[in-house]
Design a binder for this molecule. Sequence first.
Ligand SMILES: Cc1ncc(COP(=O)(O)O)c(C=O)c1O
Length: 369
Amino acid sequence: MGLKNIQMVDTKTQYLKIKEEIDTAIQNVIDSTQFIQGPAVKKFESNVEKYLGVKYAIGCASGTDALQIAMMALDIKPGDEILTTPFTFVATTETIAILGAIPVYVDIDPETFNIDINKIEAKITPKTKAVMPVHLYGQPCDMDPLMKIARKHGLFVIEDAAQAMGSKYKDKMICTIGDIGCISFYPSKNLGAFGDGGMLTTNDEKLAEKIRMIISHGSKKKYYHETLGVNSRLDSIQAAILDIKLKYLDEYCEARYKAAMKYNEKFKGIFETPYIMPGVKHIFHQYSIRVKNRDKMMEFLKSNEIPSMIYYPVPLHMQEAYKYDYKPGDYPVSEEIAKDIISLPMHTELTDEEIDFISSKVIEFNSIQ
Ligand SMILES: Cc1ncc(COP(=O)(O)O)c(C=O)c1O
């Protein structure tokens, strides 16, 4: 017997639990008609600053924009090299390419799926300007050695924390360690808006001032433009929704962590369960494991009405638009993992019954391989 309606992400039930609060917050913004850079944005920014323990948090229109704006603020120019992982969402590399800079990929660690710290230094050249680690699936990169390498070589660090809002590395929140942190509030994220949204964080006053100008056409004073800018502001309605949800973020991360531990319990001795680096708080934006015959497993799960996803099937050095002079075989760890990784349903509303059913079907398929 199956279970109906298992979702990859269930934002609807999550919303219904706090519907009144959210609906009131939205109506308040509508009543105020301060839709752009209104008090709701300021309030949310200030609450994120407190939550993360960072001096400046600046809203923008998406996580993708946050990455581009971070590089603009750091004066990244055409031809500059940015070190990053090939095993990530396309936005990480797309924004580097848009600025005419070059993504120089560093292969990943097979346990954490994050940039392999031991392979970074070999890729540094006189053109390298920054490192962009991605805290994939909600697990922080190993930031202490990464920062040490970056400082030794005079490189900026831009944390792509699109998937990691709420996670922690030792005693520091993710997004407070590098020069700039970039967050996505895409609806399925641990802190998800009801549309697109993003944020930049920094402890550097000058950078914060520049970021504030860039998000608003490069101007501090209306119609006076001091620097190259874009139009990328966080909508007041999104900020109001996010400000309500921020209060529940730790609870949301805890629910995902509990679901991950429940999967782990079921898969013990059968699959290698997700590695958690000692000293970090992993927030399980995704629960991903490596399996045999992955594509057939996905079909089998689908026939049992269980959704699953591949994050990500093609490493970026093999994507038509971003392959530069790279070729298959250049990043063997990423390539191997892309072939057999699968992400199972993961969200705040997963029930024990659903996890039992999903894991039993994953195990059933595996046993006949
Ligand atoms: C690693 C990573 N970077 C950047 C982004 C871009 O964020 P957004 O969708 O808000 O533009 C995402 C979004 O999914 C992501 O997963």
